[in-house]
Design a protein around this ligand. Structure first.
Ligand code: SAH
Ligand code: SF4
Ligand code: F3S
Length: 440
């Protein structure tokens, strides 16, 4: 039997889709195919911004015809949007042909829901308030070799006022360090070359006592596992970034010298309204501290523009901060009003027109910096981890430790290998290079 999974949202969801695939395999769906040939289609949704939801609604709606033709096809919708208050019902009303709706907390029981749906005509709707059981026992079907995602914690306690994640993912729960370490050891032994530790706020790992050690200690232990592989982690929260973490990053060559540290805004008034619990000054001093330990370290970030009541001057402060820090790259978002969050109720919501104009200016600033930084790579040698083959370009591609894409030609499959490239050309964030053949 065949399956098809559609994933929206963050890396957390990408990895969760690998777990969904694991559950589907156990239920006898052994081959991933395009939707037309699938016996089950699972949507793993996101609700971080309105457009993520619209996207999913559009794609689910488009399945109506297929479902009419193939009555035995099972359509399941899970993930953050399914968990959102009132959304399960809305989904059922809009698309009565959906067979299963399951919340983020119910993912570990998807197999059981499939059995139930096979036995009954009625749709199965399971959205719980809190996590029923852990998902640690599910063996994922990994799809991102040579990288492997590893959850270190679930949920978020921060309640940034714009953000829906704490409502749809529940409170922080840290996995036991021992379990994480044995997973990492097994992955490295299997040949994975990059381990990415995942959590909404990795710096608060073990605040619930569930881990058994702090995040810097865990990172140290992960990077001490023998073998040649890279370690990445995300996401860090500036309110909890510590010197201890910077020291661990500096101690291990395996840890990529890249920190993703979402700043969201350069204005202290907006940061306070966002409930981010740090100031512009604290953020800048953290970057300075990090660069003292790791002068080469690059920093990437997330920025929201057009948060309620953001003034032109406050937006300009964000642009200035971007220039000051010289981010290697930045994910920039237009603020999206999420029902149920505090910011949704704030006065002075910014018009779409102003938001669009601001984000264009910000993107220009960010792109100019990214290009400038990439241009500096021409003539340098970088080590990339080859992860794919680009059919259109006819080139292999991989990333350097800073996440920059490097392309090169090869006459044999290089996926999963570390390759030294001499960069001959830079184009935006992409680098083009020639392989340096090492002797012997
Ligand atoms: N836990 C991570 C990432 C959360 S979601 C963190 O705290 O950084 C990824 C990014 O989406 C956030 O960093 C933020 O920039 C953006 N985001 C979250 N809610 C948003 C909203 N309502 N509108 C626009 N962007 C949002
Ligand atoms: Fe959302 Fe803030 Fe939690 Fe990140 S830290 S997931 S932005 S509430
Ligand atoms: Fe991720 Fe979207 Fe959920 S960003 S945690 S999939 S709301």
């Amino acid at each position: 039997m065949n399956y098809h999974i559609v994933t929206y949202g963050c890396q957390m969801n990408v990895h969760e889709s690998e777990k969904i695939a694991g559950i589907l395999r156990e239920k006898g769906y052994d081959t991933e195919t395009p939707p037309e040939e699938a016996d089950i289609i699972v949507f793993n949704t996101c609700c971080i911004r309105e457009n993520a939801e619209n996207h999913a609604f559009g794609n689910i709606g488009a399945l109506k015809k297929l479902k009419k033709k193939r009555k035995d096809l099972i359509i399941a919708v899970g993930g953050c949007m399914a968990q959102e208050a009132g959304k399960a019902q809305l989904l059922r009303e809009k698309f009565p042909f959906i067979d299963i709706v399951f919340g983020t907390h119910n993912l570990p029981r998807l197999g059981e829901f499939i059995d139930r749906k096979r036995a009954q005509k009625k749709a199965v709707v399971e959205v719980s308030e809190a996590r029923e059981e852990t998902e640690d026992h599910i063996a994922p079907v990994r799809t991102s070799y040579p990288n492997a995602w590893v959850n270190i914690m679930y949920g978020c306690n921060n309640f940034c006022t714009y953000c829906i994640v704490p409502y749809v993912r529940g409170r922080e729960r840290s996995r036991r360090a021992e379990d994480i370490l044995s997973e990492v050891r097994a992955l490295v032994a299997e040949g994975y070359k990059e381990i990415t530790l995942l959590g909404q706020n990795v710096n608060s790992y073990n605040n619930d006592g569930g881990g058994g050690m702090s995040f810097p200690e865990l990172l140290d232990a992960v990077a001490s596992v023998e073998g040649k592989f890279r370690v990445r982690f995300m996401t860090s929260h500036p309110k909890d970034f510590t010197e201890e973490l910077a020291k661990v990053m500096a101690k291990h060559e395996k840890i990529c010298r890249l920190l993703h540290l979402p700043v969201q805004s350069g204005s202290n008034r907006i940061l306070s309204l966002m409930n981010r619990r740090y100031t512009r000054e604290k953020y800048l001093s953290e970057i300075e501290m990090l660069r003292r330990y790791l002068p080469e370290c690059e920093v990437t970030t997330d920025i929201i523009v057009g948060f309620p009541s953001e003034t032109e001057e406050e937006f300009e402060e964000t642009v200035r901060l971007v220039k000051e820090v010289k981010f290697a790259s930045a994910f920039t978002f237009v603020y999206s009003r999420r029902t149920g969050t505090k910011a949704a109720e704030m006065p002075d919501q910014i018009s779409e027109e102003v938001q669009k104009e601001r984000i264009m200016r910000l993107v220009e600033t960010v792109n100019a910096q990214t290009r400038e930084l990439s241009a500096k790579y021409v003539g340098r040698t970088v080590e990339i981890l080859c992860e794919d083959f680009d059919e259109k370009k006819g080139l292999y591609l991989g990333r350097d430790e800073f996440g920059r894409m490097g392309y090169f030609a090869s006459d044999r499959n290089r996926i999963g290998e570390f390759v030294d490239l001499r960069i001959v050309r830079a184009n935006g964030i992409s680098l083009f290079g020639e392989e340096i053949k090492t002797q012997g």
